[in-house]
Write a protein that binds this ligand. Structure first.
Ligand SMILES: [Zn+2]
Length: 176
């Protein structure tokens, strides 16, 4: 039977909670100190039997290889989630837990205007894509108009010079 060493945590190995794994403390002294700092257990020393459960790690620190069923911790894993600790003692999480697919509303989700936002409805995305398409098409048309105007100018010049030639010929004929 294994207990989780984290303050107030009720995880026990015999409960066999789904998705909860138990992990030993790092052998590296510095790393272990960081863990205990976060756990607010600086006066406590883990033994080789001490465990901390996966509830205290952000999901990005946990991985499960295809060949084995047990969940492992990444090397850089640091426990940051201690809901049982008083609020002022809780360590700051480096990254918000990415449990929901949609980002939480806030300044960080503000995106450039033309980028489709994940929070908007499919209809809105569709409309915006259409708007973008129309805008692009109108831009392309503007470019075409410019090209046509230029070639029209060239033709006008040609007409003028041809008129000049004709006049010249007429005059020569008269002169001749
Ligand atoms: Zn725990």
């Amino acid at each position: 039977m294994v207990n989780c060493s984290a303050f107030g945590c009720k995880s026990r190995s015999e409960k066999k909670e789904a998705g909860i794994s138990f992990h030993s403390f790092p052998k590296d002294v510095e790393k272990c100190k960081t863990w205990l700092d976060n756990m607010k257990l600086d006066k406590w020393e883990p033994t080789k039997f001490s465990r901390i459960c996966s509830k205290h790690f952000e999901e990005r620190y946990l991985y499960q290889s295809e060949s084995e069923s047990r969940i492992r911790l990444l090397n850089e894993a640091i426990p940051t989630i201690f809901p049982e600790l008083p609020k002022h003692l809780q360590p700051k999480q480096t990254v918000k837990r990415a449990r929901s697919i949609f980002p939480e509303p806030g300044p960080s989700t503000v995106q450039p205007e033309m980028q489709p936002q994940t929070t908007e409805s499919p209809q809105k995305t569709k409309l915006r894509m259409k708007l973008l398409e129309v805008a692009l098409r109108s831009k392309e048309k503007t470019r075409k108009i410019r090209v046509l105007t230029q070639s029209l100018k060239r033709y006008k010049k040609k007409v003028v010079s041809l008129k000049n030639i004709i006049q010249d010929l007429k005059r020569k004929k008269i002169v001749a």
